[in-house]
Design a protein. Structure first.
Ligand SMILES: Nc1ncnc2c1ncn2[C@@H]1O[C@H](COP(=O)(O)OP(=O)(O)OP(=O)(O)O)[C@@H](O)[C@H]1O
Ligand SMILES: [Mg+2]
Length: 289
């Protein structure tokens, strides 16, 4: 059975006009893209390459110059489609006099959630984004990363089928970034579709099934992450440390074809998590004591 396309973009383009209506910036050149149900799709590109413009066109927050965009087969702005979407904008806009619970309650009520569902969901989301300790604090007192975490919870309050995240990890510490990645993987496991814009290439590499790269409003590459990144001109063989006699045999067998023998390096992120995580637990225990 063919998978349903959650997002369909056909020849979509956007030229921003100036105050007098004259064409000024060709932000998106005609773009074709499909994102299937259950995919995590990364949209990459340098500053000003058209990522946010694409998202806003999809959501009906901007009018396209040409072409079409569909979510769940519906035009941008269709209310039924919008109810199934969660959106984290590039900038977090929150009311600074509300606390985390009040904020999520406000957004949940906009979606018409009943009180029991809302209470359960608010509690789960606040814990999921790591704000349990600050749930009653006014958002005016939140750090940038804390506000980002709450923005993420807000984007998930309607339990959306499609989650669109514009730079979700901006302002987050490495642990927060790793948690967001875990959360995205969790969404995938629950069958959700995720469109993720990010400048953090390693994050996109870790979580995305497919990605597209935009540059100056033009699609430069699109495909499966593993296929785009696989170097077909090399093969890696891994051997347990200490088994030198085996290694010599492998080296001898490889002969002229041998390029390099080295220990693999741990990723900085996993090293950082290993170093910081136990200390964070200690701090938590000290706070709780
Ligand atoms: N409201 C606007 N009016 C005029 N030009 C705009 C407007 N918004 C964006 N642009 C222009 O459109 C182009 C694409 O911008 P966009 O915000 O889509 O980029 P982006 O890929 O999201 O960049 P970043 O990584 O910095 O968030 C840029 O040249 C930008 O200056
Ligand atoms: Mg942007």
């Amino acid at each position: 059975m063919a998978q349903a396309a959650v997002i369909q973009i056909k020849g979509l383009s956007k030229t921003y006009a100036d105050f007098w209506g004259r064409a000024r910036v060709e932000a998106l050149k005609p773009l074709d893209l499909e994102i299937q149900e259950g995919e995590i799709f990364g949209l990459l590109g340098p500053n000003g390459s058209g990522k946010t413009t694409t998202i806003k066109l999809l959501l009906g927050l901007l009018n396209a110059t040409n072409g079409d965009a569909f979510m769940f087969g519906q035009d941008p702005g269709n209310q039924d489609a919008k109810r199934r979407v969660g959106y984290l904008p590039e900038e977090t806009y929150l009311y600074k006099f509300l606390n985390a619970e009040e904020t999520l309650s406000f957004y949940g009520k906009l979606f018409g959630l009943d009180k029991t569902t809302l209470d359960t969901r608010i509690d789960a989301l606040i814990k999921q984004v790591g704000l349990d300790h600050a749930r009653k604090r006014r958002l005016g007192e939140y750090s940038k990363g804390m506000a980002r975490r709450l923005g993420l919870a807000q984007a998930l309050i309607n339990d959306p089928d499609l989650v669109i995240l514009d730079e979700p990890t901006s302002g987050l510490d490495p642990i927060g970034t790793a948690e967001v990645k875990d959360l995205i993987v969790d969404l995938k496991q629950r069958g959700k579709t995720v469109l993720l814009c990010s400048h953090l290439l390693a994050d996109v590499e870790d979580v995305c099934d497919r990605l597209a790269i935009l540059h100056n409003g033009q699609l430069k590459a699109c495909g499966r992450v593993d296929e785009l990144l696989m170097s077909e001109d090399r093969t890696v063989v891994e051997i347990k440390a200490g088994e030198e006699s085996q290694l010599d045999a492998v080296k001898a067998a490889a002969g002229e074809a041998l390029i390099n023998v080295d220990h693999p390096r741990e990723r900085l992120e996993s090293y950082f998590r290993r170093i910081v995580a136990p200390q964070q637990d200690v701090t938590k225990q000290e706070n709780e004591a």
